[in-house]
Design a protein around this ligand. Structure first.
Ligand SMILES: *[C@@H]1O[C@H](CO)[C@@H](O)[C@H](O)[C@H]1NC(C)=O
Ligand SMILES: *[C@@H]1O[C@H](CO)[C@@H](O)[C@H](O)[C@H]1NC(C)=O
Ligand SMILES: *[C@@H]1O[C@H](CO)[C@@H](O)[C@H](O)[C@H]1NC(C)=O
Ligand SMILES: *[C@@H]1O[C@H](CO)[C@@H](O)[C@H](O)[C@H]1NC(C)=O
Ligand SMILES: *[C@@H]1O[C@H](CO)[C@@H](O)[C@H](O)[C@H]1NC(C)=O
Ligand SMILES: *[C@@H]1O[C@H](CO)[C@@H](O)[C@H](O)[C@H]1NC(C)=O
Ligand SMILES: *[C@@H]1O[C@H](CO)[C@@H](O)[C@H](O)[C@H]1NC(C)=O
Length: 496
């Protein structure tokens, strides 16, 4: 058990601090802004291409075979370094009918091979997991310390990113089934068997991850679905229309108004909504109770009837007044607005001039074996075909994961991590913890004890060490120190 935790723990150290940078969007900005399309700018491609012969270069690759050849990524525009072993492309959900499939990126571990696969999913719903690949935990961003041995990312569900075919997303159970069909086919193609499988993701993937993991358990196939753990960052695992957002946003605003910068009359207005709409009472009853004194009542935010109680959106839109570079995924960011090769530096769509959206470039699509006729944007809009209905009115008809699938995955693996970063306006930490406190696993409701154990990072500063040294500042470069709080009960680890 200790070993297993330390493995997951290593994972968190490298990623949690930065995951706030870009948790995929799940509300207006993100979903609305996809309507904005920018002109394509043509760009001169750097000469690229391996100097060595392909077969020679690929000879040491573990998964390189006749039938995986077509997925090998030989080079990528703008990346003038050896990509190592990297595959991407579309694998059908049904091998007998290629009309619907999921797009994946597969980066085997650098160094000693391990028989493990970590699946990473971004959220939205409707946002592409290529964000994670390029900006959060891919080989390129994290070349100095891969957070997990093997990374495998998928554009999920159908309708997102480069995945092909019409979307049929209605329930999490249904799309998890499609994912697992795809994943089985993927393993067949890459001759993968008897690997340990970890399912991970962030934001709305807080719903995908437990449903996929639970679907894996249903398969009774330990050769292909040996689920060994799961991890989610800033996840929408509970009721997020009311509890994980509206009910908990005011304390976050109050704590960070030194950077958010709302004026005093607006703060007074927010405080009054917080009080009259029952959010204060709810927090008084349920926050910071270990063990929880009671099960939480059902909650639902009806955006028509409850419009006057929409403190979250009131504050969200006003935040741009005080700070035009407001980033709801990392509230401390100030101007200038940072250009983004994926065109999505916050909920605003922006990249530096002459920087087309990387994965929408034809040369990049070709290099990655992606459908060239498919327009790529970071978030494609809600992939759930009904568009409304379900517990959060997004057309996703499945129950909140805390109700059944997440407890099941924790009990089966005893190795699940839920982590939340504090500077996220979209999914505040208090709300995620409230969701956990309304979940029964291992026979008990919620955590029994208050999370207090510090996360102290004593590793040297690997990221900036060289810069400090070359600037003559090596003696002032400290390890990161205390970064947060960790807690473990009955197979579930929490980190904030
Ligand atoms: C791979 O393809 C080559 C050329 O088509 C063939 O000679 C070789 O036998 C194939 N290898 C396997 C393992 O199928
Ligand atoms: C493949 O699936 C599509 C729907 O995705 C369907 O329209 C088509 O008829 C199927 N083709 C075959 C050969 O079954
Ligand atoms: C599944 O993983 C467990 C450890 O998590 C391991 O003990 C077991 O042998 C694996 N099963 C298979 C079929 O690989
Ligand atoms: C998996 O095993 C359980 C319990 O043995 C059984 O109820 C279920 O039908 C099995 N599922 C499949 C897909 O074989
Ligand atoms: C809390 O859990 C109970 C029992 O599963 C459920 O009925 C209720 O809707 C949940 N409340 C919230 C806010 O998640
Ligand atoms: C919200 O409330 C209105 C008015 O009562 C009702 O017509 C509508 O169906 C509700 N929406 C949902 C999704 O429950
Ligand atoms: C305070 O902020 C609100 C929301 O941004 C704005 O509508 C209002 O005009 C501001 N009041 C003053 C006095 O600046």
């Amino acid at each position: 058990m200790h070993d297993m935790l330390s493995y997951i723990w290593t994972t968190v150290l490298l990623v949690v601090a930065l995951s706030t940078l870009r948790v995929s969007s799940m509300r207006p900005g993100g979903l609305l802004s996809e309507a904005v399309r920018r002109d394509q700018v043509t760009r001169v491609m750097l000469p690229s291409g391996p100097s060595q012969g392909l077969e020679e270069r690929a000879a040491p690759f573990r998964f390189y075979k006749n039938n995986t050849k077509k997925y090998l990524v030989e080079s990528l525009p703008e990346m003038d370094f050896d990509l190592g072993e990297l595959y991407s492309g579309v694998v059908p959900i049904d091998m007998n009918n290629a009309s619907r499939g999921l797009f994946f990126v597969f980066q085997p571990r650098v160094g000693e091979p391990v028989d493990e696969i970590t699946i990473w999913l971004n959220g939205g719903p409707g946002c592409s997991s290529l964000e994670g690949f390029l900006q959060e935990n891919g080989k390129f961003q994290w070349a100095w310390g891969q957070f997990s041995p093997t990374i495998n990312k998928v554009e999920y569900p159908v309708g997102v990113g480069f995945s092909i075919g019409e979307s049929r997303a209605r329930t999490e159970e249904g799309i998890a089934e499609e994912f697992n069909d795809f994943f089985f086919n993927f393993q067949k193609i890459f001759a993968i068997s008897k690997f340990k499988i970890y399912v991970t993701g962030e934001s709305y993937a807080g719903r995908y991850v437990p449903y996929i993991a639970s679907g894996m358990l249903d398969r009774n196939d330990s050769n292909h679905f040996n689920l060994s753990g799961a991890l989610t960052y800033n996840p929408t695992i509970g009721e997020f229309g009311w509890v994980q957002t509206q009910a908990v946003i005011y304390p976050l605003i109050e704590k960070y108004n030194n950077v958010l910068g709302y004026n005093s009359s607006f703060m007074a207005k927010l405080a009054s909504i917080d009080q009259t709409c029952g959010y204060v009472d709810y927090r008084d009853t349920h926050v910071d109770k270990f063990p929880p004194s009671q099960v939480q009542p059902p909650k639902y935010f009806n955006s028509t009837v409850d419009a006057d109680c929409d403190i979250w959106h009131a504050a969200y839109f006003a935040a741009y007044g005080a700070n035009p570079c407001f980033n709801p995924y990392l509230i401390t960011l100030q101007c200038p607005l940072q250009g983004d090769p994926l065109g999505f530096p916050s909920d605003l769509i922006y990249s530096y001039p002459n920087t087309p959206v990387y994965f929408d470039r034809e040369d990049v699509k070709k290099a990655m074996h992606a459908p060239v006729d498919r327009e790529w944007s970071l978030c494609n809009g809600n992939p759930f075909v009904e568009g409304q209905g379900g517990p959060q009115n997004l057309g996703d008809m499945s129950a909140d994961p805390i109700q059944r699938v997440l407890p099941r995955v924790i009990e089966a693996t005893r190795r699940v991590l839920v982590a939340n970063s504090d500077l996220d306006f979209e999914t505040p930490t208090t709300g995620t913890l409230l969701a956990i406190q309304n979940m029964t696993w291992g026979g008990l409701l919620g955590f029994q004890n208050k999370p207090v154990k510090p996360i102290t990072i004593t590793e040297p500063d690997l990221q900036y060490e060289a810069i400090f040294a070359s600037s003559g500042f090596d003696d002032v470069d400290d390890p990161q120190g205390t970064m947060g709080v960790q807690h473990f009960e009955r197979g579930l680890m929490w980190a904030e």
